[in-house]
Design a protein. Structure first.
Length: 197
């Protein structure tokens, strides 16, 4: 039994360094996500200010006006699919195809936020539990400096894991709302286009 428990302890301790490395990589990726999220947010606000009223008041007669107001380049996923819907084939099947592709690409964009939201706390907890064991051993043997070092690792992995998760959750919530609103707008535009004689 002692051999099994020592083997288990050795395996658990050997996971600490990979856990910390992966946690640091996820933290770096979360920081990059924060920057790209800010860029997406500014583009989204600009597009909403430009298109939200036009789409709300869209009729079969004003479709050409909406086409002319499109930016020269696709600055977001919504603009890309709005352009394809307005300039592509006019059929319900094609509109449905575009909407499905939009949902797939939106889900792909959300996958990083979902992964950070889930993996941050998991890796933080793994690092916490692994480092807690040597800290308790240091406490029992009177090695206060060793215990203090291990407690630093305990708190650092927990904090970094929670920060990664917080970034993932916040970006996920915003992006889900954005994409839900965009899909409703695209569905509305497709219905107006296909209502044309």
């Amino acid at each position: 039994m002692e051999i099994i428990s020592k083997s288990l302890f050795w395996v658990a301790n050997s996971l600490l360094i990979p856990d910390i490395i992966i946690l640091l990589l996820l933290f770096g990726r979360a920081l990059l996500l924060t920057g790209s999220f800010y860029g997406q947010m500014t583009v989204k606000r600009r597009n909403d200010a430009l298109f939200s009223r036009k789409i709300k008041e869209l009729t079969t007669a004003s479709i050409d006006e909406l086409k002319l107001s499109l930016p020269e380049k696709d600055n977001s996923l919504f603009i890309k699919y709005l352009r394809e819907m307005l300039l592509g084939k006019k059929s319900e099947a094609y509109a449905e195809y575009l909407l499905c592709n939009f949902e797939n690409e939106a889900d792909k964009d959300l996958s990083l936020s979902k992964m950070l939201a889930k993996m941050g706390p998991v890796l933080g907890l793994i690092g916490t539990l692994i480092a807690m064991s040597p800290a308790l051993v240091g406490l029992s043997t009177g090695d206060i400096s060793g215990m203090a070092y291990n407690m630093q690792v305990v708190f650092a992995t927990t904090v970094v894991g929670l920060v990664v998760s917080a970034i993932g959750i916040v970006t996920l919530q915003f992006k889900q709302r954005w994409y839900a609103r965009d899909i409703y707008s695209l569905e509305y535009v497709s219905k107006i286009i296909n209502a044309q004689p």
